[in-house]
Design a binder for this molecule. Sequence first.
Ligand code: DHK
Length: 148
Amino acid sequence: MPHTVYFLNGPNANLYGLDKSGTYGSESFASIEARCQAHASELGLHLAFRQSNHEGVLVDWIQEARLHASAIIINAAGLTYSSVPILDALLAFDGPIIEVHMSNIWKRESFRHHSYVSKAATGVIAGLGQLGYRMALSATAELLEAQA
Ligand code: DHK
């Protein structure tokens, strides 16, 4: 049975590639998902790649992951800096948690420098765009293999 990994994306991630500032690159969210799905297949992982603009939906998915997933990769986007409910849900999850950001959040405004998600994360990858997403999948596969 392949491991299932939940890759959860927060508010506005669906707009990647459309942002005029270019902060998140030019690639569409659908194309980023396709690359992640292809990489997950190479790694022998089953990937549930999801996006919501709603905090409660993300909390529900994290709770669901307790029953259905071996690991979580999460870009909580703007909720990273405010969401105690997302942190509490992540703290109740047993497996590896990788926090990802497309941009280097520490190079940006100071309000992006404090992450609640980091308090629960096994590791953090930021600033490498969609490459960082695939690196997160590779890291997850290795962490799951190491704990087998
Ligand atoms: C994505 C967002 O939407 C922002 O709110 C975060 C993160 C950064 C990213 O770099 O992927 O501040």
